[in-house]
Design a protein around this ligand. Sequence first.
Ligand code: NAP
Ligand code: SF4
Length: 686
Amino acid sequence: MTSNFGTSHYPNLLSPLRAGRTTLRNRMIMGSMHTRLDMEENGLHKMAVFLAERAKGEVGLIITGGYAPNTAGLIEPGGPILTEHAQARELQRITDAVHRHDGKVCLQILHSGRYARQQECLGPSDIRSRINKFPPRAMSIAEIEQTISDYVRCAMLAKEAGFDGVEIMGSEGYLINEFTVLRTNDRSDEWGGSEENRHRLPVELVRRTRAATGPEFLIIYRISAADLVEGGATGEEIDRLARRVEMAGADILNTGIGWHEARVPTIAYPIPRAAWRFAAARLKRVVGIPVVASNRVNTPDIAEAILAAGDSDLISMARPMLADPHFARKVREGNAGKINVCIACNQACLDLIFSDRSATCLVNPRACRETEFDDGPAARARKVAVVGAGAAGLAAAAEASRRGHKVTLFEAADRIGGQINLARAVPGKAEFDEMLRYYSGQISDGGVELRLNASPGADDLRKEAFEAVVVASGVDPRTPDIVGIDHPKVVSYADLLAGKRNAGRRVAIIGAGGIGFDVAEYLCHSQPGEAPKARGMDVAEFHAEWNVDASLAESGGLKGDPLAPRQSPREITMLQRKATRPGANLGVSTGWILRSSLAKRNVRIMAGVVYERIDDRGLHVLIEGVPQVIEADTIVICAGQQSNRGLFDELKSAGIEAHIIGGAKEAAELDAMRAVDEGVRIGQAL
Ligand code: NAP
Ligand code: SF4
């Protein structure tokens, strides 16, 4: 799966584009993302620094996170809003910062409609969404008219603030999208009923915004190019809406995929790259204005291929610009191979946002935290050892060498990566290969001396006179104390995922944490007795798995229930001792995908068990005091990990400066996001 990109040319991606009366320097757009930065203290300054860094990185156009045109449109109380001149003056900090680097920036106008997490929640009708506890109130005609005026005012204020244009957010199931389909619009006045009436709101919004802002101002309309919900639009309806907003005065048609309440995943790692290009390609053939492809485009090669095939004119990449602010510049300079690629984990961006924290990025902890980091060299170059080349050690070595330290990186195995090498075996997680590619480049470019098959002790490190040692020696899988644990049918997750062992047809998994779930998913997609194979990312397979109708002939682009049962090659039971809900700690935006995938394959998950013993029959447990046997050919241990911190303690007692990071520091919360963050921060602190 590792892409060898960086050697190709990107003539399409790098060519300028004229849209309306604006010229964009290339075809790369940083798509809108609600980072929550603006809700922090001094948030506007942080936002300006964050966006300026992307403009400096030469992205063709930046689209801000959504700003509500009025209070009812707020995504949550205290969210971004633009209704007053004073706010426009403040926002000039953002536009000035972007323009200073010759960038272009549009403000997204977003009315959340029935997704608003607030009491005053409005929609075309009073039909509640299953993902919002607040029921919407149906808007009166006067309220609709007022809302249009509020959009126009918001666009005028954006112009006053120096924005190059606006994006009118018409997808993802927010207010405008709700008006366009019968699922959420059962009105019988001129704003509902016929298709023309349901399309009236987006058309009027674009028409009146154009009339007010004039011909120079860029207007982007983000259309829902596939709703992925029952009762959503068909392809032909979407085509007609696209033509209508073009006629109304839009300069660019951006595409959004899937409503937030859709039961089809749209952007996380299990979705193959470019899985949604068909939706942009369809629109490209029905309108004359430039069309943007979006969602799961994370490398310049995929982006170039989409443009070269004529499937879109521009590529929107939101998370990839978090991961690497200089994505576009690296493409222009012929350094595409040095791009830090977004691995679609959602862990440090969407999952943090959904838990009311500001976004950052797993592979780039500087994202949205630019003001906390120092880009300069260290005051004094030191001789540094980093022990362990997993995520934490790689990040530490790369950052320390970037700052001018002389770094030696030791790794006990015969290759770098640590736990990443295991994660990459899980379906969809082959994206982790990109982390390994990036860090391999960083450590070789930075002159880091890499010593594989090396496990130095404190004495070895002292003899080489290292001035500081970073211990990133990771973890070992825990072996639980259960009678029969050394039975031949017992396998550790590490051996299984490394391909050293296989599993039979009936499998019991001890431990239902993140790795237990990943192992179950891995087993559901590999045959008993079959050698593990690199998990590809097949678009057709993905569409079939979730009943996506890529022809968009069916309403919502679905040809059946996305959660319909699927065949599994195995009978799997997952177990945990706690009585709490298994998988409660999985990622907010990805856990449901894993849970759904396993439920479709009838994986049994049992909580509150007591392990008794393992024998030829399988795993003997007590459930509410009642003995049961989980008959199994294989028992996989996913019972967490223990830290490898012996070296750190040794170094401390020997009086050598030592720092401990990642899983070696805290195995209980073993987590690539924390590992990389700690690695970069220690690299800064040395
Ligand atoms: P984990 O999430 O802490 O889960 C460990 C599991 O082992 C729990 O189910 C625990 O349940 C069980 N366990 C602990 N001690 C045990 C013992 N002595 N005997 C039997 N069972 C025991 O750890 P993990 O699954 O190894 O994951 C490691 C980290 O990576 C976590 O932070 C996880 O969030 C992250 N990760 C996340 C994902 C994801 O979100 N998709 C995927 C992979 C990894 P009981 O104690 O109740 O039995
Ligand atoms: Fe991409 Fe993960 Fe970073 Fe989000 S946290 S931008 S998904 S790599």
